[in-house]
Design a protein around this ligand. Structure first.
Ligand code: PMP
Ligand code: GLN
Length: 378
């Protein structure tokens, strides 16, 4: 019988992490921290595990956690979000994306997204019969031409997906970009899925602009976040979605039969942990220091480092080093030089003629130093 996803194999993140393991390479490929999570946070999980919080959480999430998240939105963006009707706790950003797409996409619907695009978007749309309409952005600037977006919109356009800050380009949307998007969507019935899992990882004194700040975007948006990025705990697979009540209701209709509810003791622990606002206010400086360490360490190498305005990734251009394709060169770097990275072409439906690799800098300084030394010898 026909596969629903005939062109899909195992993700590039699984492939490159496996290759790194096989060759004992420094793994800057898949995005995850290699240093421990906060002791205080882990102790809180233990407290709730031992305290008997081991049964189903409410379907939409532990109320104390939804309240602390609404307080975070208030603190960061001076906006009111209703914790009961607008916040839903999920099993990571991936499930939030999938469930939001499931709750609105019907066969034949068109979904506009921007490439390079995170790998889960297209398959999640296609498994529900939606058609992806990609808009290809080019490095090094990855700038969006909003006239091109206007031309891509048709009567079948149901959804636009954005990712800000962007994995893998490390670019952020300006306020002007979001105003353009708002103008474009005014008067349409198009929904917006805004993947903001890196909202706290914005550097150089810039600030993240959430679609929540733009009322005509907020009214049509699912905003996706991930505790993996917020707490350096990608293995916990917890996240959340913020959406207006009518969209949250549709989201929860699917969510209750997708996972019903998610990990109870961890939700309580995170709620208590996040009452200290330093836990998230300290993130930009923490990651900027790592970005600068890696970028300045590579300055003397033959690679050209592209600017990273947000996320825990930076791109390097190797066109001065090799003419191999990105996948071939990424494999060679892993096997022969002991550093695993991600080819940026894997974020495009049709690869562009670029020579770019993505490096994750959510690593200990020691690991970053080893990678710098290895890359200096290429
Ligand atoms: N969106 C983007 C852009 C991501 O980079 C990630 C994590 N790599 C996710 C979503 C998924 O988040 P989670 O790990 O919480 O499922
Ligand atoms: N989001 C991570 C990345 O971009 C990977 C997540 C995954 O392996 N699915 O590297």
């Amino acid at each position: 019988h026909d596969s629903k996803l005939p062109n899909i194999t195992w993700s590039i993140f699984s492939q490159m992490s496996a290759l790194a393991e096989q060759y004992q390479a420094i793994n800057l490929s898949q995005g995850f921290p290699n240093y421990p999570a906060s002791d205080r946070l882990v102790a809180l999980v233990e407290k709730y595990l031992r305290g008997g919080y081991n049964q189903y959480a409410p379907m939409a999430g532990v109320v104390a956690l939804r309240e602390v998240l609404a307080a975070k939105v208030q603190a960061l963006y001076q906006l009111n979000v209703d914790p009961l009707d607008e916040v839903t706790i999920t099993a990571g950003g991936t499930q939030a994306l999938f469930t939001a797409i499931a709750s609105i996409i019907q066969p034949g619907d068109e979904v506009i997204l921007f490439e390079p695009a995170y790998d889960s978007y297209s398959p999640s749309v296609e498994v529900f019969g939606g058609k992806v309409v990609p808009i290809r952005l080019r490095g090094p600037a990855f700038k969006i031409d909003w006239d091109q977006v206007r031309e891509a919109i048709s009567t079948r356009t149901k959804l636009i997906i954005i990712n800000n800050p962007n994995n893998p380009s490390a670019m952020i949307f300006s306020r002007a970009d979001l105003l353009e998007l708002e103008r474009l969507l005014a008067g349409t019935a198009i929904f917006l899925l805004s993947d903001e899992v890196y909202e706290h990882l914005v550097f150089d004194g810039e600030r993240h602009h959430s679609v929540l700040e733009f009322s005509h975007l907020r009214e049509r948006s699912f905003v996706v976040a991930s505790f993996g990025k917020l707490l350096h705990t990608t293995g916990w697979k917890l996240g959340y979605v913020i959406a207006p009540p009518r969209l949250s209701q549709e989201f929860r209709k699917v969510h209750q039969f997708n996972v019903f509810s998610v990990n109870t003791p961890m939700q309580h622990a995170i709620a208590e942990f996040l009452t200290d606002t330093d836990t998230y206010r300290s993130l930009p400086a923490f990651f900027q220091q790592k970005r600068d360490y890696l970028a300045s360490g590579l300055a003397m190498s033959r690679f050209r480092v592209l600017p990273s305005a947000g996320t825990y990734f930076l791109l390097i251009d190797y066109s001065g080093v090799s003419a191999l394709s990105e996948l071939e060169f990424a494999k060679k770097l892993t096997i022969e030089h002991g550093v695993a990275t991600i080819p940026v072409s894997s974020f495009y439906s049709i690869p562009l003629e670029q020579r770019l690799l993505r490096l994750c800098f959510a690593k200990s300084e020691d690991t970053l130093q080893q990678a710098i030394s290895a890359l200096a010898n290429v």
